[in-house]
Design a protein around this ligand. Structure first.
Ligand SMILES: [Zn+2]
Length: 255
């Protein structure tokens, strides 16, 4: 009987080691900033790959912002499509809220997180400021308090907590700014409906200012939009993989 605590500890240590090892490995892999480095291919998740809802902002009669020849609904869909491709290459399953020029309410978009039991929700938008403004850069929003429907789904779900939005936003913001070298405007808590009502960790990425003369030129280049999509995808995958490593198990084993 004296062996039991030792055996239990060993098992926990092995589990923690595997979890930490996987986590450290993905950190090294995902945070390499060499452009030629591809996202990790499938293999981390197999058939249990998480579902990510990718939401292209606006659509249909709602064009979003217009500046410097850019219509937000078109560019958000373009970046969302690139993001889908990157995520799928990393082995993640993707559900798009819209794949064409279609209007959806914010509730319809957010509800898709619950319908598909998504592990994460990413809304893609472009930012604006006053005419002649020099504001530029990328910022990522999360909701501090989830709506009632989202809270109920979260409490019914396994291991999904409300506090994950900030961590998710921080990870995405860091990696998308690393990939694009855009000005890092930080993460911001705001109760945007689409983020607050999604029943999973959710972020809204403002991918740059179309009102900025210089940033709008960059955003019009497909190569730059690829970098934006690549950076967001890296952030999403890193966040999901770090959660898959189950910090709770690591904490228990460390005792
Ligand atoms: Zn927008």
């Amino acid at each position: 009987m004296k062996f039991r605590p030792f055996i239990a500890l060993s098992l926990q240590t092995v589990v923690a080691f595997l979890a930490l090892g996987g986590s450290a490995y993905s950190l090294v892999w995902l945070e390499g900033r060499r452009e030629a480095e591809p996202l990790p291919r499938a293999g981390f998740w197999n058939e249990t790959a998480p579902i990510v809802v990718v939401d292209a902002g606006h659509g249909g009669h709602d064009g979003g912002a217009v500046a410097n020849g850019v219509i937000e609904k078109n560019m958000s869909l373009d970046i969302a499509n690139r993001l889908k491709k990157e995520l799928e290459a990393a082995g993640v399953r993707v559900v798009m809220t819209r794949s064409g020029d279609r209007f959806l309410t914010l509730d319809e978009r957010a509800a898709m997180a619950g319908t598909h039991e998504a592990a994460a929700f990413v809304s893609v938008h472009l930012n604006t400021d006053g005419e002649g403004s020099g504001a530029e850069g990328i910022e990522t929003y999360f909701a501090e308090s989830k709506g009632l429907a989202a809270r109920q789904l979260v409490s019914a779900g396994e291991g999904r907590t409300e506090g994950d939005g900030a961590e998710f936003a921080r990870t995405v913001q860091r990696l998308v700014c690393g990939a694009t070298q855009a000005e890092n405007r930080g993460i911001k808590a705001r109760e945007y409906a689409v983020v607050a009502r999604a029943a999973c960790p959710a972020v809204l990425v403002e991918c740059g200012f179309i009102t900025s003369a210089s940033e709008s030129v960059r955003l019009k280049q497909a190569g730059y939009r690829d970098k934006v999509a690549d950076g967001i995808a890296r952030g999403v995958v890193l966040f999901l993989q770090s959660r898959a490593a189950r910090p709770g198990v690591i904490a228990a084993a460390a005792k």
